[in-house]
Design a protein around this ligand. Sequence first.
Ligand code: MN
Length: 292
Amino acid sequence: MKLATFNEGRVGVVEGDHLTELEVGADPHSGVSPMRHLIGSATFRPGQPRRGRSYPLSTVTLGAPVPDPSKVMAAPVNYRSHQEEMNEAVQVSGLGLFLKAPSSVTGPGGQVVLPYSDRRFDFEAELAAVIGSTARHVPVSDALDHVFGYTALLDVTMRGGEDRSTRKSFETFTPMGPWLVTADEFGSPDDADLACFVNGDRRQAANTRDLIWSVAELVSYASSITTLHPGDVIATGTPAGVGAIRDGDTVDVELGGVGGLLRITVTDEGAVPSRTTGKDRGPVPPLDPARA
Ligand code: MN
């Protein structure tokens, strides 16, 4: 089942080139999005919520599938190919996870807004797991039982020596979508093709079988740090091929099993000089082949 958030927070199921609204019965005053309500509903079964009106997909505005996760946890350096290109001495097993601000989430078709005029910003295409049920100290063997579904995610990143939580939490720096695919339909998260295109040129191509820590290991580990709640997002890391994005760029992420592109555009409108001094510190990214 492909589940989308559309038209300011409504929930629908995507079938081919149509989207049918689901009446999920969320309380509009709860402060929780209808999608999070649906994911957290113990009674949810695929096909069960009453169906409402149907729309051609091209006529709706999609949002991030989960617009309001309680947290976004992410794996640094979780493909060896990316570890090598970044000249990183350590990988996920030495770094643990980091947090991206939930307010950095944005939807497909949106704009990534680069905040600074004097810093490099990179695309990082990733598989993201969306948590389906509360998880705390879950063993690896049970971890995937707590995953509701999967979606494509861009972990937009400022390069440099500042803390990861700063470099990756700017507003609009976590595009997700175009929808999520429930775990039953997605298949194994350990064998999903992932690709990223900048202005139509393929810049990243990988398969999640090359993850250093698998999705199950990441979910289990995350649940050993803190309680995972329905709708929480775990970004699993990016493969080799990262590069800079600039004003006017279009970035597409294609994740096998999702059946649609996560597309965003980039703007630097309003960018100002950075207020911190990390520009020449931190992991050294590869030269940008398209712009060198
Ligand atoms: Mn990343």
